[in-house]
Design a protein around this ligand. Structure first.
Ligand code: NAD
Ligand code: IPM
Ligand code: MN
Length: 341
């Protein structure tokens, strides 16, 4: 039966990178695309970033493909006003997507596009497993009497399930990143990691690294990592940092999994308001997110690998969008990948 993909182009460069991705997917199979307003454009139309109809449509779909949301038009510090980002958090929660996989796979053709030295990057192939529906993003928050607070809260069950996901994705070594020298939630995190390791995955090497040290090691010794598992906000920050090992945030895809229903597939980058509308956004993170959709959402491994290989070949042939120091437009980049497919 034809698979349904709920398509959420969102804001900023979102629509520009979504259009060629639909073209790419149409080359690889028969999919029914159902496009919905999400994020800022949904606020403009409906006063909320995520309507109940769109939530229901995503729940019914076989997979959800999202580009990006947000932008200066909707930026506000007023807690009573809707924000595009609330839609994204609401959708992740509604779909139960607690496991966000962010593979960082620098390709040799782009070593010189990274601000880091070639010899530091060479051999890096890591996966960040970011907890996605807990921690500071979803804890109690508020404002009162001139103060504001956000709470980092984790239950044992929330830690167990993300840690299991990470161990299952590990061949030899798992790095758990926390701040157990300061935070109580990190001390619980570390206890659970140690127990799951001892009880279920003793054959895998485990190390604990404090988050500040992890940020440093990511740019000084990235080959020391295979799989990193960490809480929501640490994972958000570390994955943007890790993106620079590949040369650009415009290359990093992600898969959000763990619910009973469809997965959500989205680039790690945002709506890039500074370049929106210019036709120069790098579509490759979105293409690679489509590859993750094919692999994790539809078990279409051959097609997923075909996309990744086509991206690699296009880059090896010299494809460079502006973020990589080149002048290829979004359309030219898309064409280069399609040609190599
Ligand atoms: P951003 O990732 O949008 O942009 C950071 C920088 O990277 C900018 O200079 C941008 O031009 C560049 N960049 C990002 N993606 C690119 C691409 N595909 N090709 C070329 N260059 C690219 O981060 P930001 O500026 O901090 O955030 C902008 C908005 O996006 C905010 O509203 C933020 O909340 C939102 N955001 C959304 C998501 C999401 O929807 N998943 C993720 C991150 C940020
Ligand atoms: C990401 C983004 C989101 C996050 C924002 C837009 C809510 O930065 O997907 O990395 O922090 O999770
Ligand atoms: Mn982020």
């Amino acid at each position: 039966m034809t698979k349904t993909i709920a398509l959420l182009p969102g804001d900023g460069i979102g629509p520009e990178i979504t259009a060629p991705t639909v073209e790419l997917l149409n080359e690889l199979g028969e999919f029914a695309f159902e496009e919905h307003l999400f994020g800022g454009v949904s606020i403009d139309a409906h006063g909320t970033a995520l309507t109940d109809e769109v939530t229901a449509a995503c729940q019914r779909a076989d997979a959800v493909l999202l580009a990006a949301v947000g932008g200066p038009k909707w930026d506000t510090t007023d807690p009573t006003k809707p924000r595009p980002e609330q839609g994204l958090l609401g959708l992740r929660k509604a779909l139960g997507l607690y496991a966000n996989l962010r593979p960082v796979r620098p390709v040799p053709a782009l070593y010189d596009a990274s601000p880091l030295k070639r010899e530091i990057i060479d051999g890096t192939n890591l996966l960040v497993v970011r907890e996605l529906t807990g921690g500071l993003y979803f804890g109690d928050r508020g404002r009162k009497d001139g103060s504001a607070w956000d709470t980092m809260i984790y239950s044992v069950e929330e830690i167990e399930r993300i840690v299991r996901t990470a161990f299952q994705a590990t061949r030899t070594k798992l790095t758990s990143v926390d701040k157990a020298n300061v935070l109580e939630s990190s001390r619980l995190w570390r206890e659970v990691v140690l127990r799951i390791h001892a009880e279920e995955f003793p054959q895998i090497e485990l190390e604990h690294v404090l988050v500040d040290n992890a940020a440093m090691q990511l740019v000084s010794n990235p080959t020391s990592f295979e799989v990193i598992v960490t809480e929501n906000m640490f994972g958000d920050i570390l994955s943007d940092e890790a993106a620079m090992l590949t040369g650009s945030i415009g290359l990093l895809p992600s898969a959000s999994l763990g619910g009973d229903g469809p997965g959500l597939f989205e680039p790690v980058h945002g709506s890039a308001p500074d370049i929106a509308g210019k036709g120069i956004a790098n579509p490759l993170a979105m293409f690679l997110s489509a590859a993750l959709l094919l692999r994790h959402g539809f078990a279409m491994e051959a097609e997923a690998s075909a996309v990744e290989s086509a991206v690699d070949r296009a880059l090896a042939d010299g494809l460079r969008t502006a973020d990589l120091g080149g002048s290829a437009t979004t359309a030219e980049a898309a064409q280069a990948v399609l040609t190599n497919l």
